[in-house]
Design a protein around this ligand. Structure first.
Ligand SMILES: NC(=O)c1ccc[n+]([C@@H]2O[C@H](COP(=O)([O-])OP(=O)(O)OC[C@H]3O[C@@H](n4cnc5c(N)ncnc54)[C@H](O)[C@@H]3O)[C@@H](O)[C@H]2O)c1
Ligand SMILES: O=C(O)C[C@H](O)C(=O)O
Length: 333
């Protein structure tokens, strides 16, 4: 069997981590033959809860889990890690937008970027879940200059999964029969869930989602809005933000980054923009990507409608504004 790898989950005493840690430790991300040492990072007031999580992980009796390192010290938490799930951050409450968390959360990602830079493996894969995820990923990467910025990503996979679930339910097919729906831009209510390149498996043949749905008004209206507002809908119902589905999406994201995407399939990830599709450069923007040998590549030459173009411009503008706001928060500290 392979040597164990070290994987850190921040916010390890929180609600997303409670589902996520179990899925990782079962081998659902790095494989059923990959032993793991799990680092659990949280803040000092959560030490008691963290102890409980450590007890439960032990009681799960998981064969791949070789050791658990609970800590409140980022330098210990990020030491020699190969993969980092950056979940620890304040969640929004009812009535807030995710960017309202910016001033509180962005500082966390500065400190964690600096710690990753000092002690993580240089090929560490960093997934930022904590909101506002795109801008937090940007900040984290900026404070970790010795790690390639391609190694930092933000999670829009939950939005992709939500989009796929809407289409599967609309067409009455299993979720595994839907692929290549795209989330463009920010993990916020300006994101653009785009079904125009989506495929659906009907009678053993991949067909266009657009043709199968046959209702453009739905695809540009209720479909887009439902996905954009799904996080708020979950908060409205649960009084807490999504956790089980967020943990599953984090596993899907890191799984595909680690293992690659199947031929003909792409997934959405927030990554550093090179200006593709007229997006602003140097913000973390969600694009369709294909992954091979742990390297993502933006899928090129996909057509964009006039409607899509206007949506990309809107979400790109929001990301530039968030970036400026984050920089002024950090400059004033
Ligand atoms: N990108 C997405 O799709 C997505 C989906 C769901 C939730 N989220 C975001 O994920 C974050 C976590 O959500 P949750 O429901 O688990 O929240 P939670 O409040 O249940 O848990 C957050 C945990 O982070 C810890 N924490 C705070 N500051 C920390 C720091 N500096 N270092 C380490 N740990 C720290 C807290 O003590 C707490 O245990 C929120 O920002 C939420 O908005 C993102
Ligand atoms: O909506 C939130 O604040 C939590 C999360 O980002 C989500 O999409 O469910």
């Amino acid at each position: 069997m392979a040597e164990p790898i070290r994987v850190v989950v921040t916010g390890a005493a929180g609600q997303i981590a409670y589902s996520l840690l179990y899925m990782i430790a079962r081998g659902e991300v790095f494989g059923k033959d990959q032993p793991l040492i799990l680092h659990l990072l949280d803040i000092p007031p959560m030490v008691g809860v963290l102890e409980g999580v450590v007890m439960e992980l032990s009681d799960c009796a998981l064969p791949l889990l070789r050791k658990v390192v609970p800590t409140t010290d980022p330098l210990e938490g990020f030491k020699d890690v190969s993969a980092a799930f950056l979940v620890g951050a304040m969640p929004r409450k009812e009535g807030m937008e995710r960017k309202d968390l910016l001033s509180a959360n962005v500082k966390i990602f500065k400190v964690q970027g600096e710690a990753l830079d000092k002690v993580a493996k240089k090929d560490v894969k960093v997934l930022v879940v904590g909101n506002p995820a795109n801008t937090n990923a940007l900040v984290c990467a900026n404070y970790a200059p010795s790690i390639p910025r391609e190694n930092f990503s933000a999670m829009t996979r939950l939005d992709q999964n939500r989009a796929a679930a809407q289409i599967a339910s609309k067409l009455g097919v299993p979720i595994s029969n839907v692929k290549n729906l795209i989330i463009w831009g920010n993990h916020s209510s300006t994101q653009y869930p785009d079904a125009s390149h989506g495929k659906i498996l009907i009678n053993n043949e991949w067909k266009d989602v657009v043709d199968a749905v046959g209702d453009n008004a739905y695809l540009e209206g209720p479909f887009v809005e439902t996905v954009q507002k799904r996080g708020a809908a979950v908060i409205g119902a649960r009084k807490m933000s999504s956790a089980m589905s967020a943990a599953k999406a984090a596993c899907d994201h890191m799984h595909d980054w680690w293992n690659g995407t199947a031929p003909g399939k792409f997934v959405s990830m927030g990554v550093f923009s090179d200006g593709s599709y007229g997006s602003p450069k140097d913000v973390v923007f969600s694009f369709p990507v294909e992954i091979k040998n742990k390297q993502w590549k933006i899928v090129e030459n996909l057509g964009l409608s006039t409607f899509g173009r206007s949506k990309l411009d809107l979400t790109g503008k929001e990301l530039e504004e968030e970036k400026n706001e984050a920089m002024s928060v950090l400059d004033s500290n």
